[in-house]
Ligand binder design. Structure first.
Ligand code: ACO
Length: 331
């Protein structure tokens, strides 16, 4: 019998920002050799949001952060640690976290980015949890913000139909109560990095005319291999997060999975023994927003009162690296 863990931090509130522009599958039919039917059957996606030229990772992340802080009743100056997950920083230097810090006025925070692809928001929650648990601060802001449209080859039908833009955020606070993060499992396997990656554009192979011509600055993905690993790893994330909290799928009020592909979501829910009506799905409306997917889904679920204070949530994610996570939370 696993001893029920006591949470160290509570998720006080969440927020989200989604660009207004919608790109439908029908729009994509006019751009590449694809069909609405293929996209819906293979992925579950119908449309996705595309950020405008002024909507960068920092802008979207700051909007999501402001909304989360307003709901939490937290002033920017109270934030001790600001963690930002992004695979699409506005620029290499400084971090997107520092740009968000300046935009929202979180002047007392330590601000930095983490790079963990799709599970990045869950990685960020655990990093902030550890910081607070170590007694270094009281309040954390964890933001995930992704402008995936900027790193996608819009002529590659195998990838361009999958992704969308958006941002989500959560405010964490030290707690002595029974609501908050109950358990987590995070893992990475760098040996499989080249199954989902951007070959160039970093410091090793900087941007050149040749890189641009070869389109090596765009995301490359071995879809079928990624799919198989995603199903396996999300099952592991669900398994270990549940068992570490002394829970089973039957205890969970809502599964909030990473929104990459409806077939991966269904396989994860089935494995964890969670019925479809307890699975939050918005991949149909937003596509894969990488690390922003989970906080956006959680924020929507809270707003729609699918869950509320006291609900038990299981979040699971998988992404480039490979990286994967499972986490249980009592809201
Ligand atoms: N429209 C029409 N046909 C297409 C398209 C498209 N958009 N894309 C690929 N095809 C074709 C292929 O060319 C192929 O044709 P062929 O058989 O003649 O060669 C056929 O469809 C099948 O292609 P597959 O790639 O094998 O299709 P699959 O069923 O595997 O679905 C998909 C592809 C949706 C990408 C799937 O593999 C997948 O979801 N993978 C996981 C993605 C994921 O989870 N990513 C998460 C991490 S993302 C991150 O970390 C940023």
């Amino acid at each position: 019998m696993v001893k029920k863990p006591r949470p160290l931090v509570e998720l006080v509130a969440t927020g989200r920002y989604l660009p207004e522009r919608i790109l439908t599958n029908q729009d994509l039919e006019r751009m590449v050799d694809t069909s609405d039917e293929w996209i819906r059957e293979r992925t579950g996606i119908r449309e996705r949001r595309i950020a405008g030229p002024d909507e960068g990772a920092a802008f979207m992340g700051a909007e999501a952060a402001r909304r989360a802080m307003a709901k939490a009743g937290v002033e920017p100056g109270e934030v001790d640690i600001l963690v930002v997950s992004t695979a699409t920083p506005d620029r290499w230097l400084p971090s997107t976290a520092c740009d968000i810090q300046a935009l929202i006025g979180a002047s007392n925070a330590m601000a930095f980015d983490i790079s963990a692809a799709c599970p990045g928001w869950l990685f960020g929650l655990s990093v902030a949890e550890g910081y607070i648990a170590a007694g270094r601060g009281e309040i954390a802001l964890v933001v995930a913000t992704e402008k995936m449209s900027a790193i996608i080859d819009w002529e590659d039908r195998a990838t361009c139909v999958l992704f969308g833009d958006g941002a989500g955020a959560g405010v964490l606070r030290r707690t002595s109560g029974d609501r908050g993060i109950l358990s987590s499992h995070h893992k990475s396997d760098g040996t499989l990095a080249n199954l989902l990656y951007r070959p160039a554009g970093g410091a090793l192979v900087p941007m050149t005319h040749e890189v641009l011509d070869r389109k090596d600055h765009f995301v490359k993905m071995a879809g079928r291999e990624v799919f198989k690993n995603a199903v396996r790893s999300m099952a592991e994330g669900a398994d270990l997060a549940l068992s570490r909290a002394g829970l089973t799928g039957a205890d969970i009020d809502l599964l909030v999975p990473h929104q990459a592909n409806l077939r991966i979501i269904d396989a994860t829910a089935k494995y964890a023994g969670i019925p479809q009506e307890k699975v939050y799905v918005n991949v149909d409306r937003y596509g894969n927003m990488s690390s922003a997917s989970i906080p956006v889904a959680l924020d929507e679920a809270l707003e729609r009162k699918v869950v509320g204070p006291g609900s038990l949530v299981l979040a699971v994610a998988f992404g480039a690296g490979f990286t994967w996570s499972g986490m249980t939370l009592r809201l």
